[in-house]
Ligand binder design. Structure first.
Ligand code: RB5
Length: 149
């Protein structure tokens, strides 16, 4: 499994904790920035990671900003991306099982490190359940195609 990671300045510290955790688990990843604590704009990193995931260069993405919200909203503008902002482990497995989420977003200002790592682990070990959920994903894709010029 290969992961694409990204954050803004407000998510940098939690992203580093997640990278340490992934290294310990031997999970391959690439960090698409930001790399410093200087103030920056989360859509830039959301787009970098979302493009990599949508192009299938990486299996999943992990994004971190202050809330997980802005960076997930931005990532969801990229075709084929289903990014879920999660602050609990139920949502972390439900977004894989029901929504086939391919990016998880967490907020450094919302969750502690321990919970964030549990959220990431839960997301990565969960699988899409297909069946009636696939029909709903197909409808999301239909909306995406209708809205794309
Ligand atoms: C940055 O201050 C903050 O707005 C950003 O990290 C994020 O929380 C936006 O949704």
């Amino acid at each position: 499994m290969k992961l694409a990671l990204g954050s803004d300045h407000a998510g940098l510290s939690l992203k580093k904790e997640i990278m340490r955790h992934l290294e310990e688990k031997g999970i391959e990843f690439k960090d698409f920035g930001t790399y410093t604590a200087d103030s920056c704009d989360y859509p830039d990193y959301a787009y970098a990671v979302a493009k990599e995931v949508s192009n299938k260069n990486y299996d999943f993405g992990i994004l971190v900003c202050g809330t997980g919200i802005g960076i997930s909203i931005a990532a969801n503008k990229v075709k084929g991306i289903r990014a879920a902002a999660c602050s609990d482990t139920f949502s972390a497995h439900a977004c894989r099982e029901h929504n086939d989420a391919n990016i998880i977003a967490v907020g450094e200002r919302v969750v502690g490190v321990g919970l964030a790592l549990d959220i990431v682990d839960t997301f990565l070990k969960s699988s899409f359940q297909g069946d009636r959920h696939q029909r709903r994903i197909d409808k999301i894709t239909d909306i995406e195609n209708k809205e794309t010029i």
